[in-house]
Each structure stands twice: as C-alpha cells, then as structure tokens.
Design a protein around this ligand. Structure first.
Ligand SMILES: Cc1cc2nc3c(=O)[nH]c(=O)nc-3n(C[C@H](O)[C@H](O)[C@H](O)COP(=O)(O)OP(=O)(O)OC[C@H]3O[C@@H](n4cnc5c(N)ncnc54)[C@H](O)[C@@H]3O)c2cc1C
Length: 264
C-alpha cells in the first residue's frame, strides 16, 4: 500500500475495539512505514471486550468465545502466537438455560439455535404450553417459502415454529448470542443456513433430523453449536493485548474522542 505521490501514508483508525485493533494490525502489515494513529475515546482498549479476574474467577464482561467456522479469528490468534492458548468448550457443559416464571429451565436437548433435532425433549419441556408444542410439531407440514426475499429472524421463526417457540426458546437464545433485536436481524444475513434447510428439506424439523443422522454425537447439546466455538485460556482481553503490543510504539491515543475527520 503506497501513497500515489510516494508520500508517507497517514492513517487514522477510529476506536480501539477489537475491529479497529485488527484493522490497525493489518494496516501495519500491509504498509509498515505508514504513520498510524489509533484514537480511542475511553481510557482503555478492547471496546466491549473486557476480561476481569476476581476472587479466583475469570469473568468475561461481553464476548466469551468466537466461532471457528469463519477462519479469521483463529488465523489472527495463530499470527499473534496465541494458538496454544485456544481452548474449546467443555462437552460436559454444552447446554443453555432460559428463565421462565422465575426459574431456570434447560433448553430441550437437541434444540439448536432455531430448530429441534429431537422431538421428545420438545414434547416434555415445561417451557412450552401444550398448544405451543402442537404448533411447533406442525412445522413439519408448514409449506416452505419458495421466493428469495429476506425476512427478519423473528418472522422466520414465527412462520415456521410459532410465536411461543419464538418468544420462549429462540428469542432469549439468539438475541443474547447476537446482542441484537430479532425483529431487526435479517435471516439471510445472520443464519442463512436455516432458510437453506427450509428450501432443501421443506421443513426445519426434517432438515435437523437429517443432520442428526449425520452427527449423532451432538444430539444432547442445546442452544448454539458450542463445539464450533473457542476462546483464549486467559480471556479475550489477551487478544486485545496481543494486538496492541504489535502496533508501533506511540500509535495508540487513549481518552481521545474523534469528533471529525479532515484529509491531511
Ligand atoms: C454482551 C455481549 C456478548 C457478546 N458475546 C460475543 C461472543 O461470545 N462471541 C462473539 O464473537 N461476539 C460476541 N459479542 C459481539 C462482539 O463482542 C462485538 O461484536 C465486538 O467486540 C465489537 O467490537 P468492535 O471493535 O466492532 O466495537 P466495540 O467493542 O464497541 O469498540 C468500539 C470502540 O470504539 C470507541 N469509539 C467509538 N466512537 C469513537 C470515537 N468517535 N472516537 C474514538 N473512539 C470511539 C469506543 O469507545 C470503543 O472502545 C458480544 C457482544 C456483547 C455486547
């Protein structure tokens, strides 16, 4: 990366969260001689990522893992020499709970993100009413959508599995994972594989049961596919620290809010 007139490039990175730090790190790789400044409004780097160590516990204040099916974060850890610190989720605890009427209830075994791989745990869960269960079972017969138009994640789940499954199982799980409102999240941008399943198998239940035959070891998991996630042994702040350590000395300006940009 070079300036058209051969001048030294000046680059401002706004924010000191993980996105900005990864971008700054990449810029230094591409243009090692550039004059880089990272401006962070607060007094610390990492943005929402923050690992706290207290009373012998390690607490993540936001993200506590990242996905491995998209390779970039794992590759970044390898580049930074953190690959030996990557840890997988413990298979013994791969499950999710939702609160209903003040009590914790385990998500039905095999209920993965937006659809069940097993019907019996759904039939006996105390989270859903009999009518809600019946509506969920009818998903098998709901005709698939045939056009390519997008819809919200909320609309998709209500259409396939009914309002109760949406409200009591999917919404608490998915909106927590994405830290977003499911009424506004696009299903095609967020979890397109569920629309693909609908299209290919005609029903999510049919699709999930077909997958279960291929991966029988995951049938007791519930929630997200936790086997696809990893984290760093000392917390995700160690990724922030490793990125910051690779930036040129003096390039990070803390307590500096950017209020406007002007071309140099
Ligand atoms: C509760 C929670 C749990 C999550 N769990 C996961 C998870 O398990 N796995 C996962 O992959 N993702 C998870 N996420 C999402 C993930 O943490 C975020 O997508 C990611 O950390 C966002 O990083 P970012 O750098 O884009 O933004 P941020 O972390 O928001 O950083 C933005 C930074 O820019 C600074 N800034 C903003 N404006 C200015 C300005 N004008 N001038 C200077 N500085 C400015 C801010 O102070 C901040 O430090 C979670 C998110 C939350 C909230």
């Amino acid at each position: 990366m070079s300036h058209p007139q051969g001048k030294e490039l000046s680059i401002a990175v706004v924010g000191g969260g993980i996105s900005a730090l990864a971008a700054a790190h990449r810029l230094v790789e591409l243009a090692p001689r550039c004059r880089l400044k990272v401006f962070e409004a607060t007094g610390r780097l990492g943005g929402v990522i923050s690992t706290v160590h207290r009373d012998g516990y390690q607490i993540e204040q936001s993200a506590d893992n990242f996905i491995t099916t998209v390779p970039h974060a794992v590759k970044l850890c390898q580049q930074l020499g953190l690959e030996h610190q990557l840890v997988e989720t413990n298979p013994q605890y791969r499950r999710t709970f939702v609160v209903r009427q003040g009590r914790l209830h385990k998500l039905p075994d095999g209920f993965l993100m937006m659809a069940p791989t097993r019907l019996w745990p759904l039939a006996v869960t105390p989270i859903l009413s009999p009518l809600g269960k019946l509506r969920a079972a009818l998903e098998y017969f709901v005709p698939p959508r045939r056009d390519d138009a997008d819809e919200s994640m909320a609309a998709f789940v209500r259409r396939r599995l009914g309002g109760e499954v949406f409200q009591r199982l999917v919404e608490p799980l998915v909106s927590a994972v994405y830290a977003a409102d499911m009424e506004k999240l696009s299903v095609l941008a967020t979890l397109p594989r569920f629309r693909e399943m609908e299209c290919r198998y005609g029903s999510l239940i049919r699709a999930m049961r077909a997958q279960r035959r291929l991966h029988p070891q995951t049938t007791h998991e519930s929630g997200a596919r936790y086997s696809m996630f990893v984290t760093l042994r000392d917390g995700l702040t160690s990724l922030v620290d490793a990125l910051a350590a690779r930036l040129p000395p003096g390039s990070v300006c803390l307590n500096t809010e950017v209020v406007g940009l002007q071309r140099a």
